[in-house]
Every structure is written in structure tokens, then in C-alpha cells.
Design a protein around this ligand. Structure first.
Ligand code: MN
Length: 251
């Protein structure tokens, strides 16, 4: 049987997409899972902890998708109005829903693949910090917000030797797309940066050696492999490795 993979959806307020609050998932995420041999299923619009726990208990893996910015006060106590005004925040329910999803997924050691906003939110969930506004807080020579070229590799990332990502990428460098306004600053305890852009921005994380022994399969990436997987095999391999881990996970 193909592994069942929970996918975190985008949330739209009443009147934005439909008359009621609604969820949606970009087809590229679903295709990435389907082509790798998994069955993607979207989490419903729910914050009830028990429902999220029951959903995770029946899943073989969890995919956190991309989205808008994360509420800054979730990881920083003092946030100026000027800094806050640079953010285009996601639906507040989404932060709560995904934080619960992340905690439950790790508690049960269910494999997790976290993309873009997901990569950042995992870092927040585990006690790491983010750049709230990358252009003003960490100005560098890499352009990280290239939405018009979201289906192309626009900047390289350098990959840590000995990491899972190095194996999947087939080398120490990978070309990635980049459509983010925020970024990981300090990786959370238990996580290590395994890829960085030329300006030092963290583009992927895995468990450190100690945490890896105690946890399930985990990879997070700041880029969008689901948009590159159809044309660049290295990006498709990230989905294959994730789905393989879901299939193999002890139950
Ligand atoms: Mn980037």
C-alpha cells in the first residue's frame, strides 16, 4: 500500500477564495508526492489538538508546504511596528494549526519534509529564530525574493559534507529557486544547517547527530523543490527520499 502523507494546506479567510473559510494546496506539492509513490491528503481546517493528533497517528508522513510570513511574536518578544509592517502574514489559524502538527509529528517520530514557510516554522517550533525581514535584517548579495522566476534555479546553495541533502543532491552544490521574505537565523537546538546560500542564509536543515538518533526522518528546505522536481532530478529525489522514508517507517 502506498504511504499516506498529510499535507498542510493554505487557509483563506471567508470571502477571499469562497464565501466560507477555505483551504487549498498547490498541485505541485501533490504531484511531487504522487510521482514519488505516495498518496497526499490535506489536513482539514482544524485546530483541535486531538483531531490533529489522530490525523498524524494515521499518517505515514507529513509535508509542510510554503505560504506567507510567520507571526513575528511567535519567536521574538520585541517587534517594532516598522518591522511588522514589512510582513505579509499568513492566516493566524495556520500558525496554530501547523505548530500543533509539527509537535505531534515529532512526538510520534513520523517522517517530515518541510518546505519554505514550513522550514521556518519548524525552526520556530523548536526554539530557533528567524529574520523577520530578510532584506533589512541580513542584507546580502543574493536576491532571495524572485517570484517571477519561481520555476527556475536562481541561486546556488553550498551543502554540508556528510548530510542527507548531499547524498540526494549528488554533490556539494545545488541550484535552487527562491521566493522568501523571511529566513532562518539561528537554527533551533537539535537542528543543523546543511545548506547555505552565498550570503550565509540557511537554505536547508536536518537533525544534528544527537537528535537524529532520537527522531524520525526530517529534512527542511527554504526553496521550493516541488516546482523544480519536474525538470531537475535532484529536486525530485528529495520527494522520493521522503516518500521512501514514509513507506519504511516503523509503525
Ligand atoms: Mn533563497
Amino acid at each position: 500500500m502506498r504511504p499516506l502523507i498529510l499535507v498542510s494546506p493554505s487557509i483563506a479567510a471567508a470571502g477571499v477564495e469562497m464565501p466560507d473559510p477555505s483551504i487549498s494546496v498547490a498541485g505541485a506539492y501533490l504531484d511531487g508526492i504522487l510521482k514519488a509513490g505516495g498518496i497526499p491528503v490535506s489536513l482539514p481546517l482544524v485546530t483541535e489538538l486531538e483531531a490533529i493528533a489522530d490525523a498524524v497517528a494515521q499518517a505515514d508522513g507529513v509535508l509542510l508546504t510554503g505560504g506567507e510570513d510567520i507571526e513575528p511574536t511567535l519567536h521574538r518578544s520585541e517587534v517594532s511596528e516598522a518591522l511588522r509592517s514589512t510582513c505579509f502574514l499568513d492566516h493566524p489559524m495556520r500558525d496554530a494549526m501547523e505548530l500543533a502538527l509539527i509537535r505531534e509529528t515529532f512526538r510520534r517520530r513520523v517522517p517530515m519534509f518541510a518546505i519554505c514557510r514550513g522550514h521556518q516554522l519548524v525552526n520556530v517550533a523548536l526554539g530557533g529564530s528567524l529574520y523577520i525581514d530578510l532584506p533589512s535584517e541580513a542584507p546580502g548579495n543574493v536576491q532571495h525574493n524572485q517570484v517571477a522566476r519561481r520555476f527556475e534555479a536562481v541561486h546556488p546553495v553550498r551543502i554540508e559534507p556528510g548530510s542527507l541533502l548531499e547524498t540526494l543532491a549528488g554533490g556539494s552544490e545545488l541550484g535552487v529557486n527562491s521566493t522568501h521574505h523571511q529566513a532562518v537565523n539561528q537554527p533551533a537546538p537539535g537542528l543543523r544547517a546543511v545548506a547555505r546560500a552565498d550570503d550565509g542564509i540557511v537554505e536547508a536543515m536536518e537533525w544534528d547527530a544527537t537528535a537524529a538518533a532520537a527522531n524520525g526522518w526530517f529534512l527542511s528546505v527554504q526553496f521550493h523543490p516541488e516546482r523544480l522536481a519536474p525538470t531537475l532530478p535532484a529536486h525530485a529525489r528529495l520527494f522520493s527520499a521522503f516518500v521512501d522514508a514514509c513507506r519504511a517507517r516503523p509503525r
